[in-house]
Design a protein around this ligand. Structure first.
Ligand code: SIN
Length: 361
């Protein structure tokens, strides 16, 4: 996971790092162009595996590119594997548009709700109703607490454990209070939301699952979906038991550095990883960072499974595409066309969400 990224010069020189740099978003260095008109540098995408194209080719002509295999098991979708990466499965377009919309909504509204933790916990404590607050243009204000307040939190205010607490206010009220307090627009916090954790909570400092942290079970519908999707990668006769999930949120320029998911007890059980929103590039490396990774596109609705040997392979996301031409979210745009869904559409137009689900024990 994030914490396992190796820092320093050595990491900079590995084949994995070189590939990350190749695909990462950089801008043309043109001092005359304003910030708004910044032009992304051209990237050669000719070596990026495209499973949507591979699937179409396979369905029409029964042909596959070298190194790609068709796996015929478990679910009513085409599943592809890679000769050099046993245990890795790619299911293009696995999720319907309805399912995609449902999990995008959940990822923004319910999944970041306490007791689930997010990257914001460490600074602000638990935050309730962030998405609704951002939609309503509210502002998060840090108030100093009097001694009388210290015992009682109410009204959606949160305490970060010291003598301050944060609370959402309407913008005009927030600005008047803000003369003496710190404040941050909810929309900014939403943009800075990078992860939330479901089920057993992961402790990023110790890099382990902290079973003592308060948590809710993973929602049943998500468990059922994960069980259905993992069927092709499960050891025969065994059932996948989803116990923890990490929801990753990506905005333009965000990346997920090369890492291993190695904190679960049994690596024969797959991790199921689902993509929503803007298209991304996923890198699948080998057991060493020196192994040259394969790059592949991930689109909204794609599902990836990593089990067995593939669990030992470095992987990461160096790029998401938020421009209209490359993001490929037109089908989602039509699905989110109601006025009520406007806020989800506004978010997902320039974002990607990944939900990855694990059996821990
Ligand atoms: C992960 O490896 O943890 C997430 C991969 C993704 O965002 O697709």
């Amino acid at each position: 996971m994030y914490g396992s990224e190796r820092a320093g010069d050595d990491a900079e020189r590995t084949a994995f790092r070189k590939s990350e740099k190749k695909y990462k978003l950089y801008y043309e260095n043109n001092p005359k162009s304003s910030k708004k008109k910044k032009q992304p540098k051209h990237v050669d995408l000719s070596e990026v595996l495209d499973f949507k194209f591979i699937s179409e080719l396979y369905n029409q002509k029964g042909e596959l590119p070298p190194g790609v295999v068709h796996v015929n098991r478990g679910i009513d979708r085409s599943i592809f594997g890679l000769e050099n990466h046993p245990g890795f499965y790619f299911i293009p377009g696995a999720l319907t548009l309805d399912e995609q919309c449902k999990w995008i909504r959940e990822s923004l509204t319910n999944f970041p709700q306490p007791p689930n933790r997010t990257n914001h916990n460490v600074i602000y404590g638990p935050i309730s109703n962030l998405f609704a607050a951002a939609k309503e243009g509210k502002v998060f204000v840090e108030e100093e607490r009097s001694n009388n307040d210290l015992d009682s939190d109410s009204n959606g205010s949160v305490s970060n454990g010291d003598s301050h607490r944060w609370k959402f206010y309407e913008e005009d009220i927030a600005r008047s209070r803000g003369k003496t307090c710190k404040l941050v627009p909810a929309s900014v916090l939403l943009r800075k939301l990078r992860w939330s954790t479901l089920g057993l909570q992961f402790n990023w400092s110790n890099r382990n699952y902290d079973v003592s942290l308060p948590h809710k079970k993973i929602p049943d519908a998500l468990c059922q979906l994960a069980k259905r999707m993992t069927a092709p990668a499960m050891p025969v006769g065994e059932e996948f038991l989803p116990e923890a999930a990490i929801v990753n949120y990506f905005g333009s320029g965000d990346t997920l550095g090369g890492h291993l998911d190695d904190m679960e007890a049994d690596w024969s059980k797959p991790i199921v990883s689902m993509s929503f929103g803007c298209k991304a590039i996923f890198l699948l490396g080998g057991k060493s960072r020196e192994d040259e990774p394969l790059a592949m596109f991930l689109r909204s609705g794609d599902v990836v499974l990593m089990a067995g040997e593939a669990r030992e392979c470095f992987h990461g996301v160096p790029r998401i595409f938020t421009d209209e031409e490359n993001a490929e979210i037109t089908p989602l745009e039509s699905e989110f066309s109601d006025e009520d869904d406007r806020c989800f559409l506004d978010y997902i137009r320039t974002s990607r969400i990944n939900i990855n689900i694990r059996q821990v024990f």
